[in-house]
Design a protein around this ligand. Structure first.
Ligand code: ADP
Ligand code: MG
Length: 388
């Protein structure tokens, strides 16, 4: 698939912007702070309902304005699709496809992109929440219906935590515990589906990850992904310096079902949960351990290796999306990535992405981008598109 046109209204530092894109590589250049990242962040939002650099949508609305609009013309399967979202400072965001209102959470059904950015280093070095978000966004891009499961789980989790807190505050009463049992069932139902879907995804990412890493680094450091599951006793609060040996790749690979394991874990944790007033097991407390040369990359891998791992993971997800998609390749967005890489890795990355239908690249320095990717150039200056 590809983006043919992007219109922005009151998005970040753009009052109004109109940009056309061509198939293949598109290079967005301009000095730092001019609005290159803002432009591609807008497209990333359409496919993930999130930003690769902030966790709140409000920061994306132009300062002093009440609403910002992202509108993109997309093309795939011979169809022309107009997807748009209005970000509101107060109240819900609103989405439309071909001028008809849709549920905002359904927007990712229409547009698929993979963003590569310096922030990806946090996938390797940062907190588990970033890795969970990575997996969940990829799950939704592949199976949009999972957006509903994820939001159902969040809702149940919040309600269950509220109940645990009030049980703690008031001293536990029997009737509260029976209400808790009802929430447990729902938590287990939605949570187990998420755990199983993530496990499948992690398994499917394995081979493309190894291939991508070899392509970027030209060496085999045995990159691998290992699930660390709270329902099997992995604890987010304990820093995983080394991998707990007893944690299998996925809950489903042991004999009982994920649901059973989850239910049993909650029974075992109930006393501690009532003491702390929070839910201690479930996909919201899980992690994904990145292994390199048989050691956890976090804490062991060098800066260069960590970068290569993050890049390879993004390449692997692009590869998965490309294999399965009925609407063509995801649009690849490389935000300021080439400046971070040495010459060899720049060239290898360029080769690895060269065959994707459309690639959008931002760079402050044109010379950082391999010649093979320099074709259509869009210049950005102070929140305005100079040409394109
Ligand atoms: N909500 C906002 N309203 C107005 N300006 C913003 C907003 N968010 C960011 N900016 C401005 O956007 C600029 C940064 O744009 P960015 O796309 O990150 O630059 P770069 O070209 O380096 O990628 C900064 O000048 C920042 O102040
Ligand atoms: Mg930038």
């Amino acid at each position: 698939m590809r983006v043919t046109h992007l219109s922005l209204t009151d998005f970040r530092n753009y009052a109004n912007a109109e940009v056309g894109f061509v198939p293949g590589p598109n290079l967005i250049v301009g000095r730092n702070g001019q609005g290159k990242t803002n432009l591609v962040e807008a497209l990333g939002f359409l496919s993930t309902l999130g930003s690769h650099r902030v966790s709140t949508d409000k920061a994306m609305i132009r300062s002093g304005q009440d609403a910002g609009i992202i509108r993109a013309r997309l093309e795939y399967n011979g169809r022309d699709i107009l997807a748009e979202v209005q970000l509101n400072r107060s109240g819900q965001n609103r989405a439309q496809v071909n001028r008809s209102v849709i549920k905002t959470r359904d927007l990712p059904r229409y547009f698929s992109s993979v963003v590569f950015a310096p922030e990806d280093l946090a996938l390797v070095r940062g907190d588990p929440s970033g890795r969970r978000k990575f997996l969940d966004q990829l799950l939704v891009l592949r199976s949009p219906r999972l957006a509903a499961v994820l939001s159902d789980y969040d809702r149940v989790l919040k309600q269950r935590n509220t109940l645990l807190k009030s049980a703690r505050a008031s001293g536990v009463r029997g009737n509260q515990l029976s209400t808790l049992d009802i929430w447990d069932e729902r938590l287990v139902e939605f949570g187990s589906e998420i755990i199983d879907e993530r496990a499948k995804l992690v398994q499917q990412l394995g081979e493309p990850l190894r291939a991508a890493y070899r392509a970027v680094v030209n060496e085999d450091h045995g990159p691998a992904l290992v699930a660390s599951l709270s329902i099997l006793g992995a604890d987010e609060d304990a820093d995983l310096g080394v991998l707990p040996a007893s944690v299998p790749q996925s809950a489903a690979s042991v004999e009982s079902s994920t649901n059973d394991i989850f239910r049993t874990a909650l029974v075992g944790l109930r006393k501690r949960e009532l003491e702390r007033g929070i839910t201690l097991a479930g996909p919201h407390r899980d992690d994904l351990v990145f292994m390199l040369n048989a050691l956890p990359a976090k804490g062991y891998a060098s800066h260069g290796e960590s970068w290569s791992f993050a890049l390879s993971l993004k390449l692997a997800s692009a590869q998965l999306l490309r294999q399965e998609s009925a609407s063509g390749d995801p649009v690849l967005i490389l935000d300021d990535v080439f400046a971070e890489l040495d010459l060899q890795r720049r060239a290898r990355l360029a080769a690895a992405i060269g065959s994707f239908e459309q690639v959008l690249i931002t760079a402050a320095v044109l010379e950082d981008v391999p010649p093979a990717l320099v074709a259509h150039t869009i210049h950005i200056h102070a929140g305005a598109v100079i040409d394109g």
